[in-house]
Write a protein that binds this ligand. Structure first.
Ligand SMILES: [Mg+2]
Length: 333
């Protein structure tokens, strides 16, 4: 039994198409006195990582966070792994007004180069090339040689930065001596990790849910010695709320990677949090009961998620829960 929450909603969302081997996004929405939070850590996360995500969800539901009035955040669009990058970019531009496009790379040099050039072609055909900026994300999959090869093939392309081109700090340090394009770190950014990253990176990617919420992120940003860009962890529209708020607060003039709602075929809210004219409004939204009926999570999965939630809960210090007004012993797996 879960007594702490007046409501607890499970969901299983469908992606428009497979993205990094994933077809669905599962999780729990939990209600507190101040709204909803989303607990949707990825399947391969450890209990510690789950507990950081739960902190973010509890913060959203129990801690007063001030949402600005009539504010929005500029966002990039993201091209799905198997999506035609020409069509995806044309859609991003025409349907969502996004001129910064993010694309995953790191498989095969020729294939990567071709997919990136298709983005350029879409913007050329639309007469908007001067507005285009491309963000590459290799998720640490490149070796140094492959990174150098791919980057040199893309010299004429307007690349804003490359996210986590190689896995380790040592590799990034080496790569940086060989290329001029800015390097962003993502996977390397951890709440308890290294904060002096300017030796091997120009930017750091911040994801609010996996890093433990807006308060944790604020403290992290203070310690980091490079500027930040916000990005999503593929949350539903409810989970994106606090990321938008944090992006607005801590990087208001930057383009955030929070346009991932466009990759979801189903959502938890009536009006999905997706870009309009390249921007997303910063608002706190509530799940819609009708939408939730369309995205049910099977009972066996619900039981697993309940256990996962309870385990994560037990890892959050009692003092932290008390400071948010959350009763400690309210979840049993
Ligand atoms: Mg990334």
């Amino acid at each position: 039994m879960l007594h702490a929450f007046p409501e607890l909603e499970f969901f299983s969302l469908t992606l428009q198409e497979e993205f990094r081997g994933v077809r669905t996004r599962e999780g729990i929405l939990l209600a507190g006195p101040l709204g909803w939070g989303e607990f949707s850590p990825f399947p391969n996360y450890t209990p510690i990582q789950d507990s950081l995500w739960l902190r973010a969800a509890l913060e959203s539901a129990f801690v007063p966070l001030k949402y600005p009035e009539n504010s929005s955040v500029a966002v990039n669009a993201i091209i799905g792994d198997n999506e035609d990058s020409y069509l995806g970019s044309a859609r991003a531009l025409n349907e969502f007004g996004c001129t910064t496009i993010k694309i995953k790379v790191g498989l095969d040099v020729d294939q990567d180069v071709e997919r990136v050039q298709e983005i350029v072609r879409a913007f050329v055909d639309a007469g908007q090339l001067n507005k285009l900026l491309i963000r590459l994300d290799a998720n640490g999959r490149w070796g140094i040689a492959q990174a150098v090869d791919t980057i040199s093939e893309l010299q004429s392309v307007p690349i804003e930065y490359i996210e986590q081109p190689c896995r380790s700090a040592t590799q990034l340090r080496e790569l940086r001596k060989k290329v001029t394009v800015p390097i962003a770190v993502d996977e390397i950014v951890r709440i308890d990790g290294q904060h002096q990253v300017s030796e091997f990176a120009d930017l750091a990617i911040i994801k609010v849910s996996p890093l433990g919420g807006t308060d944790a992120v604020e403290r992290l940003i203070e310690k980091l010695d490079v500027p930040v860009r916000f990005s999503s962890a593929f949350e539903s529209s409810v989970g994106l709320n606090s990321s938008l708020l944090a992006a607005h607060k801590f990087a208001p003039h930057q383009v955030a990677g929070l346009g991932t709602g466009m990759l979801l075929a189903t959502d938890t809210v009536k009006r999905p949090v997706i870009p309009h004219e390249g921007r997303i409004r910063v608002v706190k939204c509530e799940p819609d009961p009708e939408q939730l009926k369309r995205v049910p999570l099977p009972q066996t999965q619900q039981d697993l998620w309940r256990k996962r939630l309870a385990k994560a809960w037990d890892l959050i210090p009692e003092s932290q829960l008390a400071s948010w007004g959350v009763p400690k012993r309210s979840v049993q797996g």
